[in-house]
Design a protein around this ligand. Structure first.
Ligand SMILES: Cc1cc2nc3c(=O)[nH]c(=O)nc-3n(C[C@H](O)[C@H](O)[C@H](O)COP(=O)(O)OP(=O)(O)OC[C@H]3O[C@@H](n4cnc5c(N)ncnc54)[C@H](O)[C@@H]3O)c2cc1C
Length: 442
């Protein structure tokens, strides 16, 4: 089970037509819907399960500029501005606090790696710098050991994933968006070369504009339109603790653990250094696209061969019907957390911070990160399908950037001046022979 999220109701009646249909009720689809509804468009959001039931409630809750791929930096600056205004935008506190983020370094090589990011980020590095000694120790109350140094951004922050996307959903509904939970989109229809309808399990919604914001399911959704979107899942496990007195206030990434203080006084903890990819049919389909990043990251990757491969093969054999059935068969994707990895991460944290020693673990869960070959998202119109916008592939960093990504997707729907230049996020980079340029974020 995922962590409990703030509740979001669902409309009883599915409209027969809408200016825009958004597929996916995670932070990206919901932010897009909020901005579209505020501009007076009629919007329907279809969510196959529970709003924010997948990645958007299961993530670490880091809102960071630090370490980002330089291509994402202009968008994340907009996102930070929106997080500052979030309470006014959605009408409640979603736990956004600029409590700083640290990347802990063990040696000079780690420091050099991070200094390289500062150089690449240029003017966007703002208040990011390397700190060490007493200055670092002050940021790590409760630590029993010293760290060589850290990359530190005091203006980065955190927010509560179990609150933020639900609050955005409720604000979108107050602005007029129709939210349909437990409502899977089975396919999209077009006529005369343009989109004409979305077919859900409840029937047809006539529309000329659709936003695909389906997280890890987006590639499968695109396939119903004959579009190739290379995207693969990374299973990422998390635990949360009971409240802890006297611990560090912000978030930090260490060599064997990562932590983030929660609004409830507990901590969200994980091991961010190793990834698990569950092999599925798409792993073979998109192998060529992912080779450059695989070559670079293989030391930190594990492969899983199990139930997801069997289920994927079964759905592939069923063709288009198999895809539609998969959306409904998995209302909420709830992967198994890797308990041994979590136990090791918590033990490493307890060794570094003895104040955690007797603090019980309240819950463990996992989420499926939707990665692209260059580890930056697609936020894009699609030349071959006028009226379609894709906003997906956030590759493990879509929570922090989510509000601005939704703003950008809404701009692309309406044709307004986009908040940032969207060219780095264009869909066609994956089909026009452009070589994927794997991320230079850290
Ligand atoms: C463990 C973990 C830690 C992370 N930590 C961070 C972090 O600290 N900071 C950060 O910025 N990011 C983090 N991320 C990444 C972040 O959570 C995601 O990038 C972000 O939530 C993506 O939002 P989304 O709306 O695109 O996808 P999702 O939240 O996955 O939402 C997609 C939704 O689409 C729905 N859907 C799919 N297909 C259909 C269909 N056919 N019909 C109807 N609905 C459909 C799904 O049910 C789902 O609810 C983390 C992710 C994980 C898993």
């Amino acid at each position: 089970m995922g962590p409990p999220t703030d509740p979001v109701g669902s409309a009883d009646v599915q409209p027969t037509s809408s200016d825009v249909v958004v597929i996916g009720g995670g932070i990206i689809g919901l932010s897009t819907a909020l901005f579209l509804a505020r501009e007076g468009l009629s919007v329907v959001v279809c969510e196959k399960g529970q709003f924010a039931g997948e990645q958007s409630s299961r993530n670490w809750g880091w809102v960071r500029r630090m370490g980002r791929d330089p291509r994402e930096l202009p968008l994340v600056v907009e996102a930070m501005r929106l997080w500052d205004e979030m309470e006014a935008l959605v009408g409640c506190d979603v736990g956004f606090r600029r409590t700083g983020i640290l990347y802990l370094c063990e040696n000079d090589a780690d420091v050099a790696h991070h200094q390289d990011w500062i150089a690449r980020a240029g003017a966007y590095a703002l208040d990011t710098r390397i700190i060490s000694g007493p200055e670092l120790a002050r940021r790590l109350p409760g630590a029993a050991r010293t760290f060589h140094a850290a990359l530190h951004t005091p203006s980065d922050g955190r927010a509560e994933p179990q609150k933020a996307a639900p609050a955005i959903a409720l604000a979108a509904a107050r602005s007029g968006a129709v939210l349909l939970g437990n409502c899977s989109v089975r396919s999209l229809e077009s006529s005369g070369g343009a989109l004409s309808a979305v077919v859900t399990e409840r029937g047809r919604i006539a529309t000329k504009r659709v936003v695909i914001a389906g997280g890890i399911w987006s590639s499968q959704l695109c396939r119903t339109l004959g579009l190739r979107l290379p995207q693969l899942g990374i299973r990422s496990s998390v635990l949360r603790t009971a409240p802890v007195e006297g611990g560090p206030d912000g978030a930090a990434w260490g060599p064997r653990f990562a932590y983030r203080k929660r609004l409830d006084g507990g901590y969200t903890i994980a091991d961010g250094s190793r990834s698990l990819h569950d092999v599925v049919p798409d792993s073979f389909r998109f192998l060529g696209d992912f080779l450059p990043i695989l070559k670079r990251e293989w030391r930190h990757m594990r492969l899983g061969f199990g139930a997801p491969l069997v289920a994927g093969l079964r759905d592939s054999l069923r063709g288009a019907d198999g895809a539609a059935m998969a959306f409904e068969a998995t209302r909420i994707l709830d992967p198994q957390p890797r308990q041994r990895q979590l136990a090791a991460a918590y033990a490493a944290l307890q060794e570094a911070f003895p104040i955690f020693r007797n603090v019980p673990v309240v819950q463990q869960w996992a989420g499926m990160i939707d990665a692209t070959p260059d580890v930056i998202p697609v936020i894009s119109t699609v030349q071959s399908h006028p009226g379609l916008v894709i906003a997906t592939g956030f590759s493990g960093h879509g929570f922090g950037i989510g509000p601005a990504a939704g703003r950008l997707a809404a701009d692309l729907v309406t044709g307004a001046m986009p908040i940032v230049d969207p060219r780095a996020f264009r869909y066609e980079r994956f089909i026009d022979g452009t070589k994927p340029l794997p991320t230079t974020g850290v």
